[in-house]
Design a protein. Structure first.
Length: 220
């Protein structure tokens, strides 16, 4: 086969493929049952748009999904059953009427929320609760960890840390707010002074009589 014959053959095949494609496109365009199906999917209670709703023609994989504003549009046929599925909503179904005269059809699909109640699930690191309880009771705590835990909860250690460890930013902020609230609470009036408080004087005299203010000398 010469080069010229091969070129002619490829040209004929390209023309045949083009004609077949044009016939198929014309047949699809001339199909009177095709409809540009468009609409908006909203909630039933507040009429807010629902994004990312799966819209399919029943018993087929043809369809689309809604955008962020709940809008959709795709080509379908008259009398097609359309299903609407979205997480948290009950499935809805709509049939395109076969009596429409235009090649376009628009609608507003309303979907109702679906409440799912799941049973309580308890997860344990052991197969049964009894095995977990036995392992927890017989757990061997190292001495160093136990000593460290006892040191952390010691009352004296906490007092030393309270005097030495500086306050954090949140603690300083809380202290500043408390001071401001105290000043605003007594704004325009005198703050209470225990110098003129008879109950405070009574407690002072009682403590003085009991000798609580005496200096105790250490015995050598």
């Amino acid at each position: 086969m010469t080069k010229q014959k091969l070129t002619n053959l490829l040209l004929i095949l390209w023309i045949l493929i083009g004609c077949t494609g044009q016939k198929s496109a014309r047949a699809q365009v001339n199909d009177s049952t095709l409809v540009q199906f468009s609409g908006v999917v909203v909630t039933a209670d507040s009429l807010k748009p629902i994004p990312f709703v799966n819209i399919f023609i029943k018993d087929s994989w043809r369809g689309t999904i809604t955008d962020l504003y709940g809008f959709f549009s795709f080509v379908a046929h008259r009398n097609d059953d359309i299903t609407f599925n979205a997480l948290g909503y009950k499935m809805a179904q709509f049939t395109i009427p076969d009596t429409i005269r235009s090649n376009r059809y628009s609608m507003i699909q309303v979907m109702r929320m679906d409440t799912l109640i799941l049973n309580e699930t308890e997860i344990y690191p052991w197969p049964t609760y009894e095995q977990f309880k036995e392992a927890f009771v017989h757990t061997n705590i190292p001495d160093d960890d136990l000593a460290r835990a006892q040191k952390n909860i010691a009352e004296l250690e906490k007092r030393v840390m309270f005097d030495v460890v500086p306050m954090t930013g949140s603690m300083n902020y809380r202290n500043y707010i408390d001071q401001r609230i105290q000043k605003l609470y007594y704004a325009g009036q005198y703050q209470p002074n225990n110098l003129l408080n008879p109950f405070a004087w009574a407690q002072f005299i009682k403590a003085w009589k009991q000798g609580k203010f005496k200096v105790k000398h250490r015995e050598d």
